[in-house]
Design a binder for this molecule. Structure first.
Ligand SMILES: Nc1ncnc2c1ncn2[C@@H]1O[C@H](COP(=O)(O)OP(=O)(O)OP(=O)(O)O)[C@@H](O)[C@H]1O
Ligand SMILES: [Mg+2]
Length: 343
């Protein structure tokens, strides 16, 4: 890959390796060198405006002040946090943090350590005063997602998957009384995308830092941790049709979180009680989004080797998320007890 001239001009002397770096789907990521130091160079997905870097700067500066390991933005020659190419896409350079990312949680000990690095992050940000500049509309806004699915069903009555999507949608939308709303608890500083590939671990397996800071925001903590647990506790991934929540991983991750956050952040009772409901809600929300795209066929990527079209792939993902949500519902009292023990 050759870097665009705007990037070379903004970061004089920068070079990148030809192969992609790390596990990522959204940004274009390369490892490189600048001023004798290893760096990460990223072309940011067009869904994110350059203003996201003001939030990343505020949060990472605070983490660094607290002594946490964190990637930092490297400024351009004119002291900016990023630079745009001729097509208007933002590019950024980050300091490189040594560590490994994985795409699945291997066992309880891995989950405990993942929880700990997240707990440390949340606790360090508890006293940050920052109003986010880059705000994504619709994040965990359940009424918004429900309306979107309803509109897709109305507008695509003749779609080949309509009957199957409608049947599943009825079940998912029928769970409305079990979903937690955006006003459920205090809005805390959150990473916003805690899938395991966004955590770096050292050689001994300890968590080092969080990367992929484009989704930083304030949100209710049960959504932030619910999203993490939804993916960590479903080690077979988003595509399998019959996943079930792994209760041992669930509890270990929360024990780790409490270890990491100790002394820095005390949850209130609502937050502790809403962890299983948060996982259920996030899985149901994702099922709604996959069902919407099963009909609209315009947003999520898909694998043509495994599915005839984007619609079928999204329907399979929706089934998987709904099965996961139902397994959370079935295990609810045990999960609530586990959360009480851990937190
Ligand atoms: N500052 C950094 N230091 C070391 N490695 C990094 C750094 N930033 C990112 N990485 C590595 O590059 C990978 C991709 O980066 P990132 O997660 O930001 O991209 P992405 O395409 O947005 O990912 P996703 O698909 O999760 O949205 C990470 O999983 C991590 O392994
Ligand atoms: Mg990532």
């Amino acid at each position: 890959m050759t870097l665009p001239p705007e990037v070379i001009e903004a970061y004089p002397g920068i070079t990148v390796e030809p192969a992609p770096w790390g596990i990522g789907l959204i940004n274009l990521t390369r490892r490189g060198q600048l001023d004798g130091k290893t760096v990460i160079v990223q072309r940011v997905h067009p869904a994110f405006a350059a203003s996201v870097h003001e939030d990343i700067e505020a949060v990472t500066a605070h983490l660094a002040r607290k002594g946490l390991v964190t990637p930092r933005l490297v400024r351009t020659r004119s002291d900016a946090l990023s630079v745009s190419d001729v097509e208007g896409r933002p590019w950024r350079v980050l300091t490189f943090v040594a560590g490994k990312s994985t795409d699945r949680v291997s066992d309880s000990s891995h989950a405990e350590r993942a929880g700990a690095v997240v707990g440390r992050f949340h606790a360090a940000l508890a006293d940050l005063e920052h109003t986010y500049v880059h705000v994504r509309q619709g994040v965990h806004d359940l009424p918004f997602r429900m309306r979107g699915l309803g509109r897709a069903l109305d507008a695509n009555a003749g779609h080949r998957l309509h009957t199957e999507v409608a049947r599943l949608a009825e079940a998912v939308l029928g769970s409305e009384s079990e979903l937690v709303g955006l006003g459920c608890s205090a809005h805390r500083h959150a990473h916003g995308d805690l899938k395991i590939s966004n955590l770096l671990f050292d050689e001994s397996g300890e968590g080092v830092t969080l990367v992929d800071l484009d989704t930083l925001a304030r949100m209710p903590w049960p959504f932030e941790i619910g999203d993490a647990l939804r993916s960590w506790c479903n080690p077979h991934g988003e595509d399998v049709e019959a996943p079930a929540i792994d209760e041992a991983i669930f509890e270990a991750a929360l024990h780790g979180w409490a270890r990491g956050a100790a002394g820095g952040l005390a949850l209130d009772q609502t937050e502790r009680e809403l962890v299983p409901a948060g996982v259920f809600t996030i899985a149901a929300e994702l099922a709604m989004r996959f069902l919407t795209d099963a009909l609209e066929e315009s947003y999520f990527g898909w694998d043509p080797r495994r599915f005839p079209s984007r619609g079928e792939h999204n329907l399979a993902r929706a089934r998987g998320q709904w099965a996961l949500a139902r397994s959370v519902r079935a295990a609810r009292s045990r999960l609530e007890a586990a959360a009480r023990r851990a937190l």
